[in-house]
Design a protein around this ligand. Structure first.
Ligand SMILES: Cc1ncc(COP(=O)(O)O)c(C=O)c1O
Length: 416
């Protein structure tokens, strides 16, 4: 029997097996950089991440709810393993909220609790996409939707947005061409309410067209609604889920923006047959029974009043940012970026005018302590450097007004 002569162990080998383990990683494991959720925490004016306002978090209520839970009858169950679909009481509370806020009639069996909606998006992608399958995304879009598609080596095709959301005529042309070319689209990932990053709403007419195209060309729609409750003006529009036939749409939503991102509570809505498939892919032992109970109590007792307060808070923040920005440009200023005023959510999406160097703008902003995300993070092909995304969610109104003015100053410097 052949024996391999190994070099004697070096002192470092005793503590570090990483060089030997490196080639053992699977093909997908090392290929994507980790997501940074903390935003640019060191910056004086952090408009980077889509985090809720830290001062808006209902910490006092969570202390009360948590201690009552742990001391009460449910305390033990909260600390044991739970239902793989997520705590039933939370799914029941969510069905009531969906009825009241989204006019959706669903049963608890049509809900799956996940560890934040990022987790939900990844599960849905995993359930429908094989390597090489065509997936459609908006241009721009949220990286949390792009990441699982990239990880599963989907062929990602972009469809541009305008002020009314995804451009459905271009969507139709794209799906027709893909079908004609023998590579039909399988899935569309779309963010119909207060788009991240573009801030726009998908119009009702286009919602109907998206659903109709999904039927005609037989693709699944992954509807990501992370900000829908945070509407500052206008009437809520029906979800794609509500407009479509059963099974055509899987809807993803979250408590991250209205309760607390750190609790990691997201939920998928789909017919029970689809939920069963998604559940079988979900190998995490079930969402936290403890957090599920806390969230269920909060939803029943606090949700509506809290969301109303948030709507007012975030509307004022949006207005402060826009005020600061507007104030930095004189009438007819050729360097004024263009934007569409979002009717809700967290984000202002600026398009820099031609002749402005986005790297210079970023540098000037950084020197002034202002952080934001460059547009190229939101395009599947890495384009979009002439856009920037400002999140108004985290800063005070005063700071936002100041940050808006500093952005305007940085844009002027970017043109120099
Ligand atoms: C459009 C969109 N979808 C999903 C998420 C993910 O949220 P979470 O995983 O915290 O539920 C975010 C958060 O930034 C988002 O903006």
């Amino acid at each position: 029997m052949a024996t391999t002569v190994q070099r004697p162990m070096q002192p470092d080998d005793l503590v570090n097996a990483l060089p030997a383990v490196e080639p053992l990683f699977s093909r997908v494991a090392p290929s994507l950089p980790p997501v940074q959720f903390t935003g640019s925490v060191g910056s004086r004016y952090n408009m980077g991440g889509g985090q809720p306002d830290p001062d808006s978090l209902p910490r006092g209520r969570l202390v009360e709810i948590t201690s009552e839970l742990l001391a009460g009858e449910e305390g033990k169950a909260a600390l044991m393993y739970g239902d793989a679909s997520g705590y039933l009481g939370l799914r029941e509370a969510l069905t009531e909220k969906l009825r009241r806020w989204e006019h959706l009639e669903v049963t608890p069996e049509e809900l799956l609790i996940v560890n934040g909606s990022n987790h939900g998006l990844a599960l849905v992608v995993q359930a429908f996409v094989n390597p090489g399958d065509v997936a459609l995304v908006e241009a721009p879009t949220f990286m949390g939707g792009l990441r699982p598609l990239r990880q599963l080596q989907a062929r990602i095709e972009m469809v541009p947005l305008d002020d009314d959301g995804i451009q459905v005529d271009l969507l139709e042309q794209k799906v027709q061409a893909l079908r004609d070319g023998g590579t039909p689209a399988k899935l569309l990932y779309t963010i119909p309410n207060f788009h991240n990053p573009a801030g726009v709403d998908l119009s009702l007419e286009r919602r109907r067209r998206v659903v109709e195209l999904a039927e005609r060309f037989n693709f699944v729609v992954l509807e990501d609604d992370a900000y829908g409750e945070l509407r500052f003006s206008g009437q809520p529009l029906p979800s794609l889920y509500g407009l479509a036939r059963k099974g055509r749409v899987v809807r993803s939503a979250t408590l991250s923006k209205i309760l607390a991102a750190g609790l990691r509570v997201g939920y998928l809505t789909a017919p029970r047959e689809v939920i069963a498939r998604l559940n079988s892919l979900k190998l995490d032992g079930g969402a936290s029974p403890f957090v599920g109970r806390v969230a269920a109590t909060w939803l029943r007792s606090d949700h509506d009043a809290h969301v109303r307060r948030l709507v007012d808070l975030y509307r004022r923040k949006r207005d402060a940012l826009v005020r600061g920005l507007e104030g930095g440009f004189v009438a007819g200023d050729a360097l004024r970026p263009s934007w569409t005023l979002p009717a809700g959510g967290f984000f202002l999406w600026l398009r820099l005018p031609a002749g402005v160097d986005s790297l210079k703008v970023a540098e000037a902003a950084s020197v002034r302590g202002v952080a934001y995300v460059s547009g190229s993070s939101f395009f599947a092909d890495g384009s979009g450097a002439d856009y920037i995304r400002l999140a108004w969610s985290m800063l005070s109104e005063e700071d936002l007004e100041q940050a808006g003015a500093l952005i305007a100053e940085s844009i002027h410097l970017g043109a120099a």
